[in-house]
Design a binder for this molecule. Structure first.
Ligand code: ADQ
Length: 468
């Protein structure tokens, strides 16, 4: 059987909890099949030490049947590739935030340099029948660099974040190069049909792409397959976590403490795409417009620290501190605080208990590739008394999860109204919505995602051999 080689910017130690959708999903995928996970170690090399450039800089360890292969980065490369191009160009623009993008040619140069470094380090590790699966926006040009070295393995790419429409994409000075680079892959996968459509519209309008009879796209002198593969979670594992000792202990503690209250929950990385300030505004509006929730409703918002060395994140942190302080100051009473805001990563095994004790989940990003928290919340519910999911229409998950209460997070009043509806929803309706949503997340779980993508990659690479 072919070996699966997964490549992503960061790798996560399978023994440790990870706050981040990619790490969670890739870990679930690799744990089943075994294979290699290649990426940046998260460490910086001392300046002047060019060990990785001499070809001996790959650290390999085997953990739980998975081979982890990592390289360190030079601080200058880290600044340009990671902080610069990945976090200050691709992340904001792909989330439609042109206002936060900082375009600088040196960032693009560093991005290319690190992709070349990844290719140089990875290529000697590959066996002829390996299948290579590259993840996310940090590594768009990796296949092109591998192909330039002579690599003929099947290579697939999955974009975890949204694909913006053409007029937004075209704001990136290197947009043509990025899109051309994608054509070195055999298969490119997106989270949603909407993302796929944006990609197709771009290549048709900007590169005159033609659709071949077998469904593949031809542009830039190469062909590729493209598809939507909505990412899922490991439903059974997550549901089981809710039933194990830590899950039950957490649930009991929460239920005890909030027995007379309605609990609402939000769990996110602290990121400007997640719509956290807008969520607090909506919750404040709820207390103002529906005063019956005062002394009753409590929102627990957990925000895991993320990319703290970027200015936009400092601003967000300060804004959240101030909004949460103000809501508690304005509405809190001696025996009730409307919000508990926790700026920390919570152990994964504690999340299901927290979700299960909550009547409502607020998953209201301004833009999100998919959003796994929406799915995890459902998987943890008690089917006899399930909670309600309030979900942003701008999360990729909304394309699949129509039975959630869909909201526009920019519309504070509309969101407050939906939260009120969720809090008051009768058991029958909660059950109906839960049953329909669970059927979807069960069918399209993480195993489905991996299998569908890898099957499509096998087909695509056969088609590419027939018609490069
Ligand atoms: P993320 O932006 O990281 O992922 P998401 O899909 O919500 O977003 O995944 C976050 C994961 O980290 C979840 O498994 C969640 O439980 C965990 N997590 C988040 N905050 C946490 C906290 N405070 N404590 C503990 N755990 C926490 C990217 C894209 C998403 C896409 C995923 C997967 O931005 O749109 O869904 O990849 O493709």
């Amino acid at each position: 059987m072919s070996r699966l080689v997964i490549v992503s910017n960061r790798i996560a130690d399978p023994r440790k909890a990870a706050a981040g959708g990619l790490a969670v999903a890739v870990k679930d995928s690799l744990q089943e099949t075994g294979g290699v996970w290649f990426g940046w170690s998260g460490k910086l090399r001392d300046a002047g030490n060019d060990a990785t450039h001499r070809g001996d800089g790959v650290q390999v360890q085997t953990v739980g049947g998975i081979q982890l292969a990592t390289i360190d980065l030079d601080p200058r490369d880290y600044d340009a590739y990671y902080l610069g191009y990945s976090n200050n160009v691709l992340w904001p623009v792909f989330h439609y935030r042109l206002d936060l993008a900082q375009f600088d040619r040196r960032f693009a140069d560093g991005y290319r340099r690190v992709n070349q470094l990844f290719a140089r380090k990875l290529y000697p590790l590959l066996r002829p029948d390996d299948i290579v699966w590259v993840h996310d926006y940090q590594l768009i040009p990796l296949a092109a660099e591998l192909r330039a070295m002579g690599c003929t393995n099947p290579i697939g790419f999955f974009l975890h974040i949204p694909m913006p429409p053409l007029p937004i994409m075209a704001a990136i000075p290197e947009h043509e190069w990025l899109m051309r680079s994608l054509f070195a892959y055999d298969l490119v996968g997106f989270q949603t049909e909407a993302d796929l459509l944006h990609f197709e519209q771009y290549v048709e309008a900007e590169a005159g792409a033609a659709r071949l009879p077998n469904g593949r796209l031809r542009a830039f002198g190469r062909t590729l397959s493209a598809g939507a593969f909505p990412i899922g979670i490991n439903v059974d594992e997550f549901a089981a976590l809710a039933g194990d000792r830590d899950g039950i202990a957490m649930f009991d503690r929460m239920r005890d403490e909030y027995s007379r209250r309605q609990l609402l929950v939000g769990v996110d990385r602290l990121d400007y795409t997640k719509g956290l300030p807008q969520r607090v505004h909506a919750f404040r509006e709820l207390l103002e417009r529906y005063p019956e929730n005062r002394s009753r409703a409590t929102l627990i918002q957990i925000a895991a620290p993320s990319r703290e060395n970027l200015g936009a994140y400092d601003d967000l942190r300060r804004e959240m501190d101030s909004l949460c302080g103000a809501i508690n100051g304005d509405y809190g009473e001696l025996e009730w605080m409307p919000m508990r805001y926790i700026h920390r990563t919570v152990a994964r095994k504690r999340l299901p208990g927290l979700y299960r004790a909550s009547r409502v989940a607020l998953v209201t990003p301004l833009r999100d590739g998919m959003n796994l928290v929406a799915k995890e919340f459902l998987a943890a519910q008690d089917e006899t008394d399930p909670g309600v999911l309030v979900l942003s229409r701008f999360a990729g998950a909304a394309e699949q999860m129509k039975e959630a209460l869909l909201v526009n997070p920019y519309d504070t009043q509309g969101t407050a109204q939906a939260i009120q509806r969720a809090l008051a929803m009768p058991l029958d309706e909660r059950r109906q919505r839960y049953t329909a949503l669970m059927a979807t997340i069960r069918k399209y779980d993480v195993h489905w995602w991996r299998t569908r993508f890898l099957d499509a990659l096998a087909d695509a690479s056969e088609a590419a051999v027939a018609q490069p």
